[in-house]
Design a protein around this ligand. Structure first.
Ligand SMILES: Cc1cc2nc3c(=O)[nH]c(=O)nc-3n(C[C@H](O)[C@H](O)[C@H](O)COP(=O)(O)OP(=O)(O)OC[C@H]3O[C@@H](n4cnc5c(N)ncnc54)[C@H](O)[C@@H]3O)c2cc1C
Length: 574
């Protein structure tokens, strides 16, 4: 008790020294609580980071008020349709982690419900990620993030195969531009080995030409960290959801968790916008709102501070790299980056190039806005690298940027993952602070959650569990004969709706009636790629609005771009 008070005073002094301002600090069981007023968001963040960096502090709850701080508003109730239902397990959050946990736990004889507040899966962090299966070299050695990363990365070959999702081990190629940088390459090899990545390959010019053709003549050596992968993240989300559903999980979209009922420090029920369901086991996989769920359950011991990342995407006609590509100067920078990776040149499984993401602390967890500054920063940082290192290739051109997107990472002030049963509330498991590389780590994270549940509840095995899921046929991937056969069987396959990506009407209809049906234009886009091409929906949007209206049996004016009131049409012109 005395030492808690002494530590709190010490921390208070440190914050005052750094920010020049005073806040109240409390310490209990290693959890630091910060309260009071500071004059800026930046100062409140600095205070949080400072306290989070202390070894004696397990987590930080940062309640400091500053001008512009967002107030959380609980979503209003919609119905009572779920009241009275009971599940062995409730999962909050339908991002990659919640869905993967649902699928993993369906190996047991448990009734499982997953609640997701959006009208589609993965719409917070996961769809805004760069879809990269990171090597562990970038994670801070010794952290849980690192452990989950090095364990999760090699599990993707099997996971992607079972779920029938595009996944490629493209590797991260680090190239030296001069003799000084060549001398640094063995350090990269050693760092990867120290981080439990498989041994990278030291490449000479002949090897480099095979891996990444067209490099500048001065590049003679490089390192290939070959376990870096890229995955189709949209398909992955649907695949996890479909496989969980087919193994008996119930998924409720458009359903937010608004409260948690406990009795004698045990989970008893979960309040949602569609009623209250009984459960004894609650998995908190709520991403940017995981601290809110912890608070509902009476176990708030960490704060999430959103860190936004913006990405720019180029047209498929510009494909200058095969690997995740970095000169030593940039690779070293991302190694030093304190809170996240420093962004990069990353290809996608669909053949687009990405520059990104940036890293910027923001107040609003819902901030997915893109900015001219973010775009300029990324282009000005990475375009010269490509121009210099791949001189024979077409020059990077801003005119080839077809889309930009942004998402917030769910960071805690310890900057580590939290995957543990609650120390206060029986039946509560936190899977929180899952920022980058949460996607790469997902298979290992869910294995850890499975072991927690197995240890606590000893559930019986579900003999009918089937981990295999088959994806739907994509018209654009078939040869002419196969396309002809499909069109004969279903004439809608012959109506090409999206000319850029060669998507047929049949695929759009299927997306709207799938096991996890699309409820918006963006939902159709994520499932089919219609609208993801060069014209970004300029041609196909009116046609998809018509199809969605017909298939969902709603007026065209009610078809939305994403959700809420994002109507595509505002009224009749004549
Ligand atoms: C810009 C950016 C780039 C990234 N790039 C990579 C990368 O290349 N590789 C990598 O490994 N990782 C990357 N990451 C990190 C990765 O995306 C995350 O670690 C991962 O997606 C976390 O998944 P999640 O399910 O925990 O969170 P989320 O995807 O955020 O899912 C949480 C879900 O919980 C739901 N939810 C919240 N509150 C409630 C409630 N009250 N009721 C019901 N539902 C609720 C949300 O709507 C959300 O869908 C990136 C992240 C960002 C932001």
């Amino acid at each position: 008790m005395r030492s808690d008070r002494a530590l709190a005073r010490e921390i208070q002094g440190e914050i005052e020294k750094t920010t020049g301002e005073k806040v109240a600090v409390s310490m209990s069981d290693g959890i630091a609580g910060l309260r009071g007023h500071l004059t800026s968001h930046q100062a409140a963040l600095e205070a949080g980071h400072l306290v989070g960096s202390l070894d004696k502090v397990r987590e930080v709850v940062n309640d400091i008020v500053f001008p512009g701080k967002m107030r959380f508003k609980s979503p209003p109730g919609v119905s009572e349709e779920l009241t009275g239902r009971e599940f062995d397990v409730v999962i909050v959050g339908g991002g990659v982690i919640g869905l993967a946990v649902a699928r993993e736990l369906s190996q047991f004889n448990l009734s499982i419900a997953l609640f997701e507040r959006h009208n589609d899966v993965g719409m917070d962090q996961t769809t805004h990620s760069n879809a990269m299966i990171h090597p562990a070299i970038q994670a801070k050695h010794g952290t849980l993030r690192w452990e989950m990363n090095y364990k999760g990365n090699p599990m993707w070959d099997d996971t992607a195969r079972q779920l029938d999702v595009d996944f490629k081990r493209v590797g991260t190629l680090i190239v030296a531009e001069n003799a000084g940088e060549e001398a640094l390459l063995p350090y990269a090899v050693n760092a990867a080995i120290k981080h439990n990545d498989p041994e990278p390959k030291l490449l000479d010019r002949d090897d480099l030409d095979r891996v990444e053709p067209g490099l500048a003549p001065n590049i003679r050596k490089g390192v290939l960290v070959w376990n870096t992968g890229i995955i189709n993240v949209f398909e992955l989300l649907i695949a996890y959801a479909e496989n969980a559903l087919s193994n008996g999980v119930s998924i409720f979209l458009d359903t937010a968790v608004t409260g948690v009922q406990t009795e004698d420090f045990s989970i008893k029920a979960v309040d949602t916008t569609r009623g209250t369901v009984k459960t004894g086991l609650l998995i908190n996989a709520a991403g940017l709102y995981a601290d809110r769920i912890a608070e509902y359950a009476g176990d708030r011991f960490f704060s999430i501070h959103p860190r936004k990342g913006e990405t720019i995407i180029f047209d498929k006609s510009y494909q200058p790299v095969r690997t995740v590509f970095a000169p030593v100067s940039i690779a070293a920078e991302s190694q030093e980056s304190k809170y996240t990776k420093g962004g990069g040149i990353i290809p996608t499984t669909d053949g687009n190039l990405q520059f990104g993401p940036t890293a910027m602390e923001v107040c609003d967890r819902e901030d997915v806005s893109t900015t001219a500054e973010g775009c300029d920063y990324l282009f000005d940082k990475f375009a010269p690298v490509l121009e210099r290192l791949k001189p024979g290739y077409e020059r990077p051109d801003k005119g080839k940027i077809i889309a930009r997107f942004a998402g917030c990472r769910a960071a805690t002030y310890k900057e580590d993952f939290i995957i543990e049963p609650s120390r206060k509330v029986r039946g509560l498991v936190h899977v929180a602070g899952i920022q980058s590389p949460g996607l790469a780590s997902a298979p290992a994270i869910v294995e850890r959650v499975r072991e927690i549940i197995r240890g606590e509840r000893h559930p019986a095995v579900n003999d009918k569990f089937n981990p295999v899921r088959k994806r739907q046929v994509r018209f654009s991937e078939l040869d002419l004969k196969q396309q002809d056969e499909l069109i004969r069987a279903n004439p809608l396959c012959g109506h090409i709706v999206c000319r850029c990506e060669n998507v047929s009407e049949a695929e759009v209809v299927r997306a709207l009636h799938g096991d996890v049906p699309a409820r918006s234009l963006d939902g159709v886009k994520r499932r089919t790629r219609a609208g993801q091409g060069r014209c970004q929906g300029g041609f196909c949007t009116p046609r998809i609005v018509e199809i969605a209206s017909r298939e969902m049996n709603i007026g065209k004016e009610h078809v939305v771009k994403s959700e809420g009131k994002s109507y595509v049409l505002s009224g009749r012109t004549k």
